[in-house]
Write a protein that binds this ligand. Structure first.
Ligand SMILES: CC(=O)SCCNC(=O)CCNC(=O)[C@H](O)C(C)(C)COP(=O)(O)OP(=O)(O)OC[C@H]1O[C@@H](n2cnc3c(N)ncnc32)[C@H](O)[C@@H]1OP(=O)(O)O
Ligand SMILES: O=CC(=O)O
Ligand SMILES: [Mg+2]
Length: 575
């Protein structure tokens, strides 16, 4: 199957060839060169052959990536100007055609039963702990849970390369040593790798296009390309496959870009089309209106969709940030997954997936246990249990957990529904009827009594600064106030503050307006209270927070500016 949606709907769209350069000269080749420092064994990852492979991907897709990012900006402006997102009329034929299905998990060993997936960064200790955890799948994360230092990017690839070959070991500072519980990959959780999104660049790799134009490499193509180049054949030989989670897509044309990258990558390595399987995160508001089209574009490679709730909330705030107080969400802690607009999103996701033979994978409860605090642990178990019970009951085929101690809790809820069957894809949801209004009805949460509070405002400031401090120190996921915080949750914190100021929202407990001055004061208080150390980045974190929460123009992602200005070249960025 090679047809695109435009073929399907009868309005062809010219796209750059996946074998040409996009410059008109199909024989000219670009190049990728390393500008970052090489640490021990980095030459095993950024080999001349791997860099050639990255150049091939960039020649084919760098221009199209830029076009997609421009389209994002255009569509965001339209929404800011008052046009509500909606299901696209031109793709109705794809949605109406009952005949097509995605590849799903058929022929993808290790992906059939995904009832519990653990997520986490790719440093050696976390890699070993995740692979020893007993989960069905490990989402090896170079995205929301990772600070994109050069070190994390390359050493994460090294850890994965070694883990796949059964040779990864690690010894911590106290001398405790870690090893994989089996050298046989097929006896460990299936690895699904998540590269960075299309918006990020990799500043330690420079791409020179065939026409001589130089730019930073695309982080998505770097992460995907390096993982695929080094591991795809090895994974297949060891009874698994090159599997990916695709983050932060905003529409089906971005899915097509990924699909074309897969087609080219497989062909370059001599692997059959369809060897790759991707699970797409539906975690932006525009993508929620294009779930079927995304599945359609990726149908030869698609295993499922995931309900990425935290980025989804961030995307909603971003979309409606200038629409005034009636579009404002309450404190993050008062937006449950049972809020009608969140439920509409997850119900539509399950219905869409099962209609097309795809797995529906649930999301992340942010509550995490604390081995030193039984009360915190019991609360996390209760919250996660309820979350997973709802997901399994709604028809999800699997779910995410943030911490190994949550695996049994989540599994029990899915076992109760799935029993011995690996998934419930056959369960259709004809009862679900979700329209535009259901997905957009964010105002209903506050109408039902949820509030914006002074404590919620303070918590956003505090979590935002503490998380960015951790991120600037090279850690992309952190336990803060007994909650898992990562790039997506931090985006919620800072964008809520931006939106509340822009909308002139008042805190419900004291009736006071949320102003820039009030937030500035909170930033000063939080910074003054934080413990300091020789390597903290609290002042820089506060500067980043101010830039992304208080600027006149809303920065699309906090990570973009923080990466260029504060992370690249810092101590943790070096090998
Ligand atoms: C919005 C989204 O995208 S969600 C997905 C992205 N986010 C994530 O993946 C977050 C994943 N979770 C984590 O990174 C961690 O659980 C944290 C940072 C939240 C907490 O980690 P810690 O502070 O180390 O927790 P804690 O001390 O309780 O850990 C106990 C042990 O479990 C291990 N562990 C905890 N979480 C994980 C995990 N996700 N994967 C593997 N091992 C883990 C720790 O390494 C530690 O091992 P050790 O005893 O050998 O040192
Ligand atoms: O990536 C997951 C999310 O919730 O964001
Ligand atoms: Mg996310």
């Amino acid at each position: 199957m090679t047809s695109t949606i435009e073929n399907h709907t009868g309005s062809p769209e010219a796209t750059a060839s996946t074998s040409g350069t996009g410059t008109g000269d199909a024989t000219a080749r670009g190049s990728v060169r390393v500008t970052g420092t090489l640490g021990p064994r980095y030459d095993e990852i950024v080999t001349p052959e791997a860099l050639d492979f990255l150049a091939l991907l960039h020649d084919a897709f760098a221009i199209r990536r830029s076009e997609r990012l421009a389209e994002r900006r255009r569509r965001r402006q339209e929404v800011a100007d008052g046009a509500d997102p909606d299901f696209r009329p031109e793709t109705r034929p794809v949605r109406a055609d009952p005949s097509w299905r995605v590849a799903g998990s058929a022929g993808a060993p290790g992906l059939e039963d995904r009832r519990v997936e653990i997520t986490g960064p790719t440093d050696p200790k976390m890699t070993i702990n995740a692979l020893n955890s007993g989960a069905k799948v490990w989402l090896a994360d170079q995205e929301d849970a990772s600070s994109p230092t050069w070190r994390n990017v390359v050493e994460g690839q090294l850890a994965l390369r070694d883990a796949i070959r059964g040779t990864l070991t690690f010894t911590n500072e106290a001398g405790k040593s870690y090893e994989l519980r089996s050298p046989r990959l097929a006896e460990l959780p299936t690895i699904v790798f998540r590269p960075r999104g299309w918006h990020m660049v990799e500043k330690h790799l420079r791409y020179t296009a065939p026409d001589g134009v130089r730019e930073c490499a695309s982080a998505s193509l770097v992460d995907f390309g390096l993982y695929f180049f080094h591991n795809a054949r090895e994974l297949v030989a060891r009874g698994r496959g090159p599997y990916f989670y695709l983050p932060k897509l905003e529409g089906y044309r971005e899915a097509r870009l990924w699909n074309d990258a897969f087609v080219l990558a497989q062909s370059a390595l001599g692997l059959p089309r369809g060897t790759i399987r991707a699970t797409v995160l539906i975690e932006t508001l525009p993508a929620a209106f294009e779930m079927e089209e995304i599945l359609y574009e990726l149908r030869d490679h698609c295993a499922g969709l995931n309900a990425g709730r935290w980025d989804y909330l961030f995307s909603i705030i971003k979309a409606f940030r200038t629409r005034g107080d009636s579009y404002v969400l309450p404190d993050r802690s008062q937006v449950p997954m049972t809020a009608p607009f969140m439920r509409a999103y997850t119900e539509l996701l399950v219905q869409t997936c099962h209609k097309r033979g795809a797995h529906a994978i649930g999301g992340m409860s942010a509550f995490i246990p604390d081995r030193r605090n039984p009360e915190v642990t019991e609360r996390a178990f209760e919250q996660v249990r309820a979350d997973k019970r709802r997901e399994a009951g709604d028809g999800f085929d699997g779910t995410w957990v943030a911490h190994p101690d949550l695996i049994d809790v989540a599994r029990a809820e899915f076992d109760a529904v799935l029993g011995e069957t690996p998934h419930q894809v056959a369960r259709q949801r004809p009862d679900v009827s979700v329209g535009q209004h259901d997905l957009l009805d964010v105002a209903s949460v506050r109408r039902s009594g949820a509030t914006v509070t002074s404590a919620g405002l303070r918590s956003n400031v505090s979590i935002g600064i503490r998380y960015i401090d951790a991120w600037l120190r090279g850690t992309g996921a952190a336990a803060l106030d007994s909650l898992m915080e990562d790039a997506a949750t931090a985006e919620i914190s800072r964008s809520q503050v931006w939106q509340w100021i822009a909308a002139g929202t008042r805190t419900d407990d004291d009736g006071q307006p949320i102003t820039r001055e009030r937030v500035e004061e909170l930033v000063r208080e939080v910074v003054a209270e934080l413990p300091r150390s020789a390597d903290d980045r609290v002042d820089d974190a506060a500067a980043v927070f101010r830039a992304v929460a208080l600027a006149d123009d809303f920065p699309s992602f906090l990570t973009v500016g923080a990466y260029s200005q504060f992370l690249v070249g810092s101590a943790v960025d070096q090998p």
